[in-house]
Design a protein around this ligand. Sequence first.
Ligand code: AHG
Ligand code: MN
Ligand code: MN
Ligand code: MN
Length: 335
Amino acid sequence: MPYKRITLTHFLLQEQRRLGGSGSFTALMTDIVFACKMISHEVNRGALAGNLGVAGSENVQGEEQKKLDVLANDIFLHMNALGGSYAGMASEEMEDVHAVHGAADGKYLLLFDPLDGSSNIDVNISVGSIFSILKLPEGADAGSKDAFLQPGVKQVAAGYALYGSSTMLVLTTGNGVNGFTLDNNVGMFLLTHPDMTISADTKEFAINASRERFWEPPVKRYIDECRQGKEGPRAKDFNMRWVASMVAEVHRILCRGGVFLYPADSENIKKGGKLRLMYEANPMAFIIEQAGGAATTGRGRMMEVQPTGLHQRVPVILGSKNEVERLGAYHAEYD
Ligand code: AHG
Ligand code: MN
Ligand code: MN
Ligand code: MN
């Protein structure tokens, strides 16, 4: 790789210049990048820092919180080093929104899943952080949930950090998708994956197959056809992956294609599905669409869902465009 290195800071300043920005967005991203570096450090220390195991508390989702769920949330909550150009925050780990007092110009709302895939943290499998950035609507109160309940198409940026064999940060500001790798020697994210795009076709699907008995017929049909391989109607063999960290699945799909399904099923439909719209499905949908893929609920474009609750759950199908569209056609035939 030529020695010319572009850091995430350079990239953000270039974006600011391109957009003629005031620097508020750059300040917000600087805080997010700092938070992700700190979380990467804490994740990497793991057992050495006593960071593994449960926190002994439950979150609004009814999940048993891991110590790193709570620590990562705290890091995001207190990262406001630059006098905050964001007016409010919402998190998987906090029931209510958090208004950022004294925000300099408070243009933005930050929503985040501070630690995604936390069931993997104690067994040293990749986890991540997911973030979504919305504009504070004119005259809205950043301390009220209503200001946050905007459809995914309103996002100004979305991204994730992946704490894997290397720590990466993947970002879209609506102008494509770029991936940066943390160089711990200089403490900077360096551009390593410019202009990430997803192939329209794939031979790899990701689903938690233990839930087959709950699946709706269109999902069952799709997965059965994939499993029939060359002998079946798809006339090609498929592979399956399931990491149980959405960030890791989405990153794999960005790198080599694939389709990810966490559908509504007869067991989770009561809650609307498993994954959360505001800080999992929408940010990932923005990234996937910006990379040329598709993201739906199975019955409609993810980013057009009008949110009704901060922790609302939705069915998620995303990835290689032709596969997502096939699943949409199967749902339409069935309904
Ligand atoms: P989180 O750890 O933030 O609660 O999210 C976990 C999510 C997502 O990352 C992953 O794709 C999914 O839960 C895994 O669900 P199962 O454990 O049911 O496979
Ligand atoms: Mn959780
Ligand atoms: Mn998550
Ligand atoms: Mn989480």
